[in-house]
Design a protein around this ligand. Sequence first.
Ligand SMILES: NC(=O)c1ccc[n+]([C@@H]2O[C@H](COP(=O)([O-])OP(=O)(O)OC[C@H]3O[C@@H](n4cnc5c(N)ncnc54)[C@H](OP(=O)(O)O)[C@@H]3O)[C@@H](O)[C@H]2O)c1
Length: 256
Amino acid sequence: MTASDAPVVIVTGASRGLGYTIAEKLLAISAKVVIVARSEAGMAKLAEQYPGHVEYVTGDLGDYETGVKAVQTAINKFGSLSGIVFNAAVISPVSTIATTDIEAFKKLFDVNFFSIITTLKAAIPYLRESKGKVVLVSSEASYESHFYGWEAYGSSKACVNHLAATLAGEEPDIFAISVDPGVMDSAMQQEIREQHGTQMKGAHHEYLVKIKEDGTIPSTEPPAIVISNLVVKGPMELSGTYYAFNSPALSPYSTA
Ligand SMILES: NC(=O)c1ccc[n+]([C@@H]2O[C@H](COP(=O)([O-])OP(=O)(O)OC[C@H]3O[C@@H](n4cnc5c(N)ncnc54)[C@H](OP(=O)(O)O)[C@@H]3O)[C@@H](O)[C@H]2O)c1
């Protein structure tokens, strides 16, 4: 791959966890990445490790200008935009409908959903030009009602699934897919274990604590490989769909 045909990909939420691993996978194939998060340390580390291949935008995606800045950075620094992985998300507030704080609910939607729309609005002209690819990181909680207390998070992910289908329908030259990465060992899971036990059903919380304690909680590696492959070579016949990362339809994308 020559420098000029290297993919140029925005990855949101790449300071740690799944987003960080996705950025690493893309950098391993010599892609140029623009990474976005509020905390700088993890992103600065990647920029130092891969000089000339990483630009980072430090900011809160709840401020819609942050995503727009990421698009401008890709164009100004790397000259094009071939893909976006919308990975950043938060799980809080965890509560029932009867007890929810609607302002906290709306703030979650700003990060998990509305920031995707405002970023896409800025990116679509460039993605049309590059016949670009968009991967939206979803969750099983987008359709499973047994994730008691995760109503804000789960409904934002249901919107993400719908958005992938809508984007694919509206933009025939842009590939869009929504992918559930499964449970992974990350800061989000740590927050769930440590802060949300009382708002969740006991069995679900106990399961998440147990898989950490017994060491069976999966790593971010396998879904990061699938997602990094999809944002570079996702096939149009899968555009508009939602899949778990380990479903047979995505198995051709499961090796680095
Ligand atoms: N972990 C799981 O078991 C699991 C299961 C299914 C789906 N997922 C999904 O997988 C994706 C990655 O999750 P993860 O487990 O890797 O979570 P994580 O470790 O908490 O990482 C989340 C990333 O998003 C960034 N972020 C959060 N809020 C932000 C904001 N307001 N503005 C900008 N960046 C923000 C964080 O960086 P800063 O804090 O530095 O901003 C971090 O880089 C999410 O979409 C999540 O819903 C996770």
